[in-house]
Design a binder for this molecule. Structure first.
Ligand code: HEM
Length: 143
């Protein structure tokens, strides 16, 4: 089965703890993430509006909500599927998801240093993989 955001209870705890830590830092991870993305994958510059402020904020709010609902399997399937569908219209291709995931996870790792250990990285990779599958899957029909 693809698309459902499912992580083990231990992975949910690792993602939540590391995310809470990164949000306690003064630097906004989402802002750093977008700057790294544009730097490492310059083609993405043309996809986003000149002013990234709104994007930095909505991306962060989306991740916040996702992490809050991580232990409710399926709660995000329909929303992520819709979000993914909108991304097709933004010019995003399936292969771009890998670039974004690497830059995002590397940004978190850099900000948390040794506190971002191997198990935490695997938990984030698992989460990102599930989110990607959900965003690339056909629309989920309720009921
Ligand atoms: C975890 C995966 C992702 C999440 C949670 C996410 C989240 C969002 C959100 C919340 C928006 C606001 C617009 C809307 O809700 O439709 C958005 C827009 C956008 N995203 Fe993503 N995104 C993800 C992956 C990607 C990837 C892989 C790309 C490829 C570069 C990308 C590029 C864009 C672009 C170009 C826009 C439109 C900007 C604009 O014209 O205002 N996103 N994204």
């Amino acid at each position: 089965m693809t698309g459902t955001v499912e992580l083990s209870a231990a992975q949910v705890a690792l993602v939540r703890a590391s995310y809470a830590e990164v949000k306690r830092l003064d630097q906004n991870y989402s802002s750093l993430f977008y700057h790294r993305l544009l730097e490492q994958h310059p083609f993405t510059r043309a996809l986003f509006p000149d002013d990234l402020a709104r994007q930095i904020s909505v991306f962060r709010l989306t991740i916040d909500a996702l992490i809050e609902q991580l232990d409710e399997p399926g709660a995000w399937q329909a929303g992520l599927s819709e979000l993914g569908r909108r991304h097709v219209n933004y010019g995003v291709l399936p292969k771009h998801y890998g670039y974004v995931g690497s830059v995002l996870i590397d940004t978190l790792a850099e900000m948390l240093g040794e506190r971002f250990d191997a198990a935490t990285r695997i938990a984030w990779e698992t989460l990102y993989d599930r989110v990607t599958q959900a965003m690339l899957s056909p629309k989920f029909e309720d009921g």
